[in-house]
Design a protein around this ligand. Structure first.
Ligand code: COA
Length: 181
């Protein structure tokens, strides 16, 4: 069934929606994949994934955006998230709204992340009227940085992430930002 009405917006192949509590188990499965979590300091517990889904649902209800749950339109299968979140950790550019993505590894290399991120940026700039959107990734996460460049964001600088100071492998991060209109 291709039920596009349940989505806030769609791209060619993807639907973007608020979270359901039934997504928690599937998101936990994605978060438990070491390949997916290679550039994060730890693998989230089930409780942390539950807290994340609840926080995203609440943020959507308050602000109209979150890291949206993403389904493939061809079969309505949940494959991860792409979207926006508020960031408040200590940095020169915070508080800010960032764009981020996390996709099930069996769905990598099909162009879903960059297609979805491009559509999310269009939605944020044109519908949500968000002006400055940032994206952050550890410098060694080159796949993530590649998406930032493909969707037209511009590199600002590299910095040491205040939440990763004890992690020599991940602490150097890249900061990208949308271009002013
Ligand atoms: C980062 C991540 C989202 C990238 O996913 P992805 O599917 O590899 O990313 P893309 O959408 O850019 O697609 C990659 C490749 O798919 C290929 N592709 C296949 N079919 C395609 C299509 N129809 N359209 C576009 N690209 C297609 C392209 O060759 C593209 O690579 P290229 O731009 O170098 O040519 C994924 O690796 C992930 O979830 N990682 C774990 C979480 C993470 O690290 N998040 C970021 C934290 S900072």
């Amino acid at each position: 069934m291709n039920d596009t009405k349940k989505y806030i917006f769609t791209s060619d192949r993807l639907g973007f929606r608020n979270w359901n509590l039934t997504d928690i188990d599937k998101m936990h499965e994605i978060n438990s994949d070491e390949k997916v979590m290679d550039f994060f300091p730890s693998i989230p517990t089930k409780e942390q994934t539950t807290e994340f889904v609840e926080r995203m649902k609440n943020q959507f209800e308050d602000k109209g955006f979150c890291y949206f749950a993403v389904d493939k339109l061809e079969d309505n299968e949940f494959i991860g998230f792409i979207g926006f979140s508020e960031q408040t950790y200590k940095a020169d550019f915070t508080p800010c709204v960032d764009i981020g993505w996390r996709i099930k590894s069996s769905e990598w290399n099909k162009g879903f992340a960059s297609e979805g991120a491009k559509k999310c940026l269009d939605y944020a700039l044109n519908e949500l009227k968000l002006e400055n959107i940032y994206s952050i990734a550890p410098k060694i996460n080159t796949k993530s940085e590649h998406i930032m460049t493909k969707i037209g964001m511009k590199k600002q600088y590299e910095f040491e992430h205040s939440l990763l100071t004890n992690n020599d492998r991940l602490k150097t991060c890249v900061l990208y930002k949308t271009e002013p209109k």
